[in-house]
Design a protein around this ligand. Structure first.
Ligand code: HEC
Length: 289
């Protein structure tokens, strides 16, 4: 095998001569222009965005535990009986849920049920699209999509921060979703809430912005109980949107270990190959030196 050595090159070789050239190569100045214009664009872009700033309310902190089967079961119970009145969860089938919830098929059918749908069906909404368009002026989005797109903290804040707003057709508004079309389905459990308003910006114009809520009337649940229920619903939604999360967490370390092992093997093969390569110093005929 015949390969040019890179490591033992003499200092006065072609490459050393190149290194002493002071002229900036064309690609370098081109790169500089690209970097500078990107920076300029970013600065002007954020300036343009700043003019349509909306004051963002803080999100409520939430920690999700996918191993908490009780939370998942409670979440499933509420979600499958309250939310599917309007929302579909078509990314999931009823038959996929028992292992996620830690239940057997018969336990699932007994305690949670499928609302008369087939066990192997995807979870669809109970209301027809025409009815929903008539009552709500829109079709509620699919919750599998929403749970994938929104963070758990956003979902948790959304579910716990509906507040009374007489200006809205549904009578309620939401802290993180201004002018939301969803009615406050938790009014009975949580009670009604009033907004905490601050002066801020909405799409760049000064406005009174809701950044939090305060209890107005007492619901059937205490504040802590309701927060727990909302957390359970978010846990279930997260599990539905990330059905392979537990498996990924289990397999992850093994896969990384496999790659580390392969890297080690590849390193030994590299060493083996290069041991056989003859460098220019060892060549007796010394071509080009
Ligand atoms: C009466 C019908 C109805 C029920 C019941 C209902 N929703 Fe909604 N929901 C809506 C509508 C309509 C929207 C769309 C709001 C909009 O875009 O303005 C919505 C929006 C949402 C969003 C935000 C979607 C987005 O674009 O980010 C979430 C999250 C959500 N619903 C969760 C739930 C959960 C969880 C439940 C069950 C506890 C539930 N909803 C029950 C009608 C409903």
């Amino acid at each position: 095998m015949f390969v040019r050595s890179v490591r033992r090159r003499q200092p006065n070789s072609f490459w050393a001569g190149r290194a002493m050239t002071t002229r900036t190569p064309a690609w370098k100045s081109g790169l500089l222009v690209v970097l500078l214009s990107t920076l300029l664009l970013a600065v002007s872009g954020s300036a343009a965005l700043a003019s349509v700033t909306t004051t963002q309310p803080p999100l409520r902190h939430i920690k999700i535990n996918l191993h908490d089967k009780a939370a998942l079961q409670t979440g499933a119970l509420y979600t499958l009986h309250m939310c599917t009145a309007c929302h579909g969860i078509q990314g999931e089938r009823y038959s996929e849920l028992p292992p996620v919830l830690g239940l057997s098929k018969s336990q699932f059918l007994k305690y949670i049920g499928t609302d008369g749908r087939h066990y192997h069906d995807t979870i669809t909404t109970s209301m027809s699209p025409e009815l929903m368009t008539k009552f709500l002026n829109m079709e509620p989005p699919d919750l599998t999509d929403i749970a994938l797109r929104r963070s758990p903290a956003w979902l948790y804040t959304y579910l716990t921060s509906f507040y009374v707003d007489p200006a809205r057709p549904t009578g309620v508004n939401n802290v993180v979703f201004y002018n939301v079309a969803m009615p406050d389905v938790f009014a009975g459990m949580q009670g009604l809430q009033k907004p905490v308003l601050v002066t801020g910006l909405r799409f760049g114009s000064p406005a009174r912005i809701a950044v939090g809520v305060q209890p107005l009337t007492q619901g059937t649940m205490s504040q802590a109980q309701f927060d727990q229920t909302a957390r359970d619903i978010v846990t279930f939604l997260y599990a539905v949107a990330h059905p392979h999360q537990a498996e990924r967490a289990r397999l992850g370390p093994w896969i990384i270990g496999l790659f580390l092992g392969l890297s080690l093997l590849t390193y030994f093969i590299y060493k083996l190959y290069w041991r056989r390569v003859i460098t220019s110093h060892e060549r007796w005929w010394r071509i080009g030196r």
